[in-house]
Write a protein that binds this ligand. Sequence first.
Ligand code: ADE
Length: 227
Amino acid sequence: MKFTVLSLFPEILDGYFQSSLMKKAVERGLITVEFVNIRDFAQDKHKTCDDIPYGGGAGMVLKPEPLAMALDSVGAGQKRTLYPTPSGRLFNQPTARELAKEDELVFICGRYEGIDQRIIDEYVDDELSIGDYVLSSGEIASLVIIDAVYRLREGVIKARSLEEESFSDGFLLEYPQYTRPEVFRERSVPEVLLSGHHKNIEVWRREMSVEKTKRLRPDLLEKSTSD
Ligand code: ADE
């Protein structure tokens, strides 16, 4: 799978692709990545990429021409193109699963007050928000989406790990996990996990999932019972 990321600050993205699981996925050829610096397509000697909004208002808007040229340079017209923005559809696990089926995704990282609407109209397939808050940078939102997507690709992590985690089993949060030592600062691992009794462990985990979901995300529980 290939991720192409258009950005004014590609250095923000660099470290992520050079660490941990993503680094391994790149080395193993499961993931390829291309960064495109939008500023390379600026058309004046000052390399201007933003301008004041028509109609007035605070902040700056990314100009359409450099973005369009950057998008054309990667063939974005023929590829699924995403624009992370707080005014997009809420990104979630089902959307991550759907995006993981694509061979290539193009990301536009916005800054300032956003990008010219004509770029969205012409190139963007999905406007996605990663949550109801405003980040200063589309780069971080792009990385969040990339992270949620690439780990679902075959071979990146064990299929079993994916099955057991939150959101894969309907709409329940994952149960609590423990590792050694058995007692840490006078807090013991729940006995059932030491019992070796698989059925009881399964029942306990399910109960914990339901309890945790009730406590932290009752909205998810309503969804799973009404479906
Ligand atoms: N850019 C800034 N804030 C964002 C958000 N919440 N989701 C996606 N992109 C963003």
